[in-house]
Design a protein around this ligand. Structure first.
Ligand SMILES: N[C@@H](CCC(=O)N[C@@H](CS)C(=O)NCC(=O)O)C(=O)O
Length: 227
């Protein structure tokens, strides 16, 4: 694969979907450039139609930005990366582990709406106790149950869900960070897996850049004092 890759993303403090392919590519050593379109900016208004067929981020461009070939939607981007770089470990090598990793990513992609809605990603924010409800607690129980069972059934060869890092871990890293923002305390295997995700080099790099951002995006700040 020699075609240049560019990932179009939004604010690192807020854009959890952007973070997933960025984290996976960074952690697995796939070279790319990034093009950030900040939410609610003139840059976004002027360029989103050219840079994103879905008018959402993330988008992966192969070749010239806005003129080459675009894959959009997080899961489709990860599948495209798996095809371009079959040896990088985007998905696990073992077929059943791979099927389970895809199940977990697709399940999260389509569901967990209570958790995703009430606890939006916000790396700089600290809102302990905010966002919790019986529905959110059910989502957290379901998700952490998946983490614990997957670690038990597939994770013996390393600290991630399927041993070595893969796209499913990238999927759950922004969730691990939401639990920090909203003060959700995990226990046991779920907690140690959360800490593993927060300790990755890719997340450290993403987080550092996020904390250098100063934009306040009201739509992603349901618990902030009005400005
Ligand atoms: N299912 C899509 C969701 C993408 C999405 O909702 N992205 C948000 C940012 S995290 C976005 O582009 N929001 C801008 C808008 O709604 O106008 C994916 O997985 O890529």
């Amino acid at each position: 694969m020699t075609t240049a890759l560019t990932l179009v993303i939004a604010n690192k403090n807020y854009s959890s979907w952007s973070s997933r392919p960025w984290l996976a590519m960074t952690e697995l050593g796939i070279a790319f450039q990034e093009r950030m379109l900040k939410f609610e900016s003139n840059d976004w208004a002027q360029n989103i139609a050219t840079l994103s067929p879905s008018r959402l981020v993330p988008v992966l461009w192969e070749g010239d930005l806005g003129r080459g070939f675009a894959s959009f939607d997080t899961l489709a981007i990860l599948e495209r990366l798996h095809e371009l770089y079959p040896d990088k470990g985007i998905w696990p090598r073992d077929a059943k582990a791979r099927a389970r990793a895809r199940s977990l990513a697709a399940d999260f992609h389509a569901g967990y709406r209570a958790l995703r809605g009430a606890m939006p990603m916000n790396l700089r924010g600290r809102y302990p106790g905010k966002g919790m409800s019986p529905e959110v607690a059910r989502d957290i129980e379901g998700l952490t149950g998946h983490w614990t069972r997957t670690r038990r059934d597939f994770g013996a060869s390393g600290p991630f869900l399927f041993g070595p890092y893969c796209a499913a871990d990238a999927y759950f890293t922004p969730v691990a960070s939401r639990f920090v923002t909203y003060g959700v305390a995990l226990e046991g295997e779920a907690r140690s897996y959360q800490q593993t995700l927060l300790g990755t080099a890719s997340f450290a790099a993403w987080r550092k850049a996020a904390l250098e951002e100063s934009e306040f995006v009201a739509a992603d700040e349901p618990y902030a004092q009005p400005r």
